[in-house]
Design a protein around this ligand. Structure first.
Ligand code: GLC
Length: 559
């Protein structure tokens, strides 16, 4: 793909989890005005766009991923006027604004669903996926992402309705033309209000096999994975092509699709401009090499080679034909520093090594709030501290219902829960980390006095300054956008190194992902005389054999 300077390719995106970013009115919840007050902070990082997680009206069962009204802002975040003001402030600074669009499901509090569940004759009934409950059996035994069955009984109609996520998130019926029309109208509405693009939440789930085949139950459960019957089916391609043609192209709005379980051919189809589907894909399978496929709470030993292999596959699959988002973590993950680095002995070094490893790959960086200061996992020790519906459900299922060991599960949640990525942004060492003057909706990480923006801003060697430098230098080298990716010594268990290669220019990114010194041999064919370090806080010169300190990293360019 020739380099055409498309903003969503060249730029870097900053992901905001609005509830935890900055609280402007002291109610303990981050809000839109809060984001606006910090807009210069965001701009000064050197990013080009903001992706804001959902701020629509919502009962917040899944923190806004359960939308009750697609056209209005939830009062905890402010008003539509606040939203307009924020987008204006972003645009005035040259920042694009990407919204989160959650259209696989709505909230059960959406008017469509309230109508739909009231009677089989209601015109909205067919907006969702209902099945007769006559014989008292659930239509199939698929497990919901947040635990239990994907079916919930609805008394008023004596039916079950489908929910791939929580029972408060009923799935929309994309085979109903009215649903398609409604969603197109919603997208048009926000395009007219000036959004520059959409992150399409779990969009590759919208088409399901409506025969609902029975699946092999998971060990110890009556439910099993129905995944292959509800991901990446042909309806996904048709839906995005139509959405583009009918709405998105008219406004030049970009899309990045959150997708799972995508194999090479699907990844290509989704993001190859020639196919007219998504502009980019945000696939997270690669990051999950450290957990059991059937249970995200079950850690597997960290394996750097597996990580590199997964990333390499993505890079090779999409080279010359597609585009991907690059990220270390997000609001659905534990913090990368804790997961892939050493948050006890080398927190700052790990944060830098991760950024250095990830953000010189081919794709668009999506930096999750707090990563730029090296925020780490939380240390919650009681279930009451956790907020996430996924954790709460897993606790109920395993500890309350099945009587499993509570301490074991709390330990697993501490490592892996999504709450780790959702704690309030650490602005300074004052009350509540400067996030709020009220009581934060979830506890602030205890380490906020050590890790916060105020301490790092302008401080040489800080994670924040490293991120700024990284974002500035990556723009200066065409190889970052166009080069082919070649990993070096894929099997090496501690060194993460790759080249990006373009005619006349080679970029080399190297990091030591271990708590011990490690050596790196400069690969053949690179002329030290032509090389220059473009990013590192500690490595100052290149040599044939380099000894790297724990989590030390650098990036060099040869030309
Ligand atoms: C996506 C979101 C996640 C949400 C889920 C259901 O994966 O990123 O936060 O819970 O979709 O909408």
């Amino acid at each position: 793909m020739a380099h055409k300077n498309l903003w969503w390719q060249d730029g870097a995106v900053y992901q905001i989890y609005p509830r935890s970013f900055f609280d402007s009115n002291g109610d303990g919840n981050g809000d839109l005005r809060g984001i606006e007050q910090k807009i210069d902070y965001i701009k000064n990082l050197g990013v080009d766009a903001i992706w804001c997680c959902p701020c629509f009206k919502s009962p917040q069962v899944d923190n806004g991923y359960d939308v009750a009204d697609y056209r209005d802002i939830d009062p905890i975040y402010g008003t539509l006027e606040d939203w307009k003001s924020l987008v204006k402030a972003a645009h005035e600074r040259g920042l694009k604004f990407i919204m989160d669009l959650v259209v696989n499901h709505t909230s059960d509090q959406h008017e469509w669903f309230k109508n739909a569940r009231s009677s089989r004759e209601n015109p909205y009934h067919d907006y969702y996926i209902f099945r007769d409950a006559g014989d008292g059996k659930e239509p199939c035994n698929w497990r919901a992402v947040f635990g239990g069955s994907v079916w919930e009984y609805n008394e008023a109609t004596d039916e079950y309705y489908l929910h791939l996520f929580s029972k408060e998130q009923p799935d929309l019926n994309w085979n109903n033309e009215n649903v398609v029309r409604e969603i197109h109208d919603v997208v048009r509405y926000w395009c007219r209000l000036g959004v520059d693009g959409f992150r399409l939440d779990t969009f590759n789930n919208i088409d399901k096999d409506l025969t609902f085949p029975h699946v092999e139950p998971l060990p110890g459960s009556k439910y099993g994975r129905g995944t292959r019957y509800c991901v990446n089916r042909p309806g996904v391609d048709l839906a995005i092509r139509r959405l583009r043609k009918d709405v998105l192209d008219e406004y030049g709005a970009t899309t990045v699709a959150e997708v799972s379980c995508v194999e090479k051919e699907v990844a290509k189809r989704y993001s190859d401009p020639a196919c007219g589907e998504f502009d980019a894909i945000y696939f997270f399978d690669g990051l999950n090499f450290d957990q059991e496929p059937e249970n995200k709470f079950m850690p597997k030993p960290r394996d750097l080679a597996a990580f590199k292999k997964a990333l390499n596959e993505q890079q090779q699959d999409l080279f010359g034909c597609g585009w991907q988002a690059l990220f270390i973590d997000n609001h659905d993950q534990a913090r990368g520093v804790s997961r892939f680095g050493d948050d006890k002995r080398y927190p700052a070094e790990s944060a830098k090594a991760l950024a250095n490893a990830m953000y010189f790959l081919r794709g668009t960086p999506y930096i999750f709030q707090g990563d730029e200061i090296g925020m780490t996992n939380l240390l919650f020790d009681q279930i009451e501290d956790f907020r996430d519906v996924e954790v709460r459900n897993a606790y109920r299922e395993h500890v309350v219902e099945q009587g499993e060991d509570e301490q074991k599960w709390l330990g697993l949640f501490r490592e892996r829960s999504r709450d780790n990525g959702r704690s309030p942004m650490q602005w300074d060492s004052g009350m509540n980390a400067g996030f709020s003057e009220g009581t934060p909706w979830m506890p602030v990480n205890k380490n906020y006095a050590a890790i916060n923006v105020e301490r790092q801003e302008g401080t040489p060697g800080s994670v924040l300054e490293f991120y700024k430098k990284l974002l500035a230098v990556r723009k200066q080298y065409p190889v970052v956008f166009e080069g082919r990716t070649e990993f070096i010594d894929m099997e090496d268990p501690v060194i993460f190194a790759y080249k990006r290669v373009l005619e006349g220019e080679v970029l080399l990114s190297v990091g030591n992902f271990s708590g011990e010194k490690a050596s790196f041999i400069l690969p053949d064919g690179l002329d030290i005389g032509k090389g220059r370090i473009i990013l590192s806080d500690t490595v100052t010169c290149l040599s044939g054999k380099m000894i790297l300190e724990p989590y030390e990293c650098f990036t060099a360019v040869f030309r």
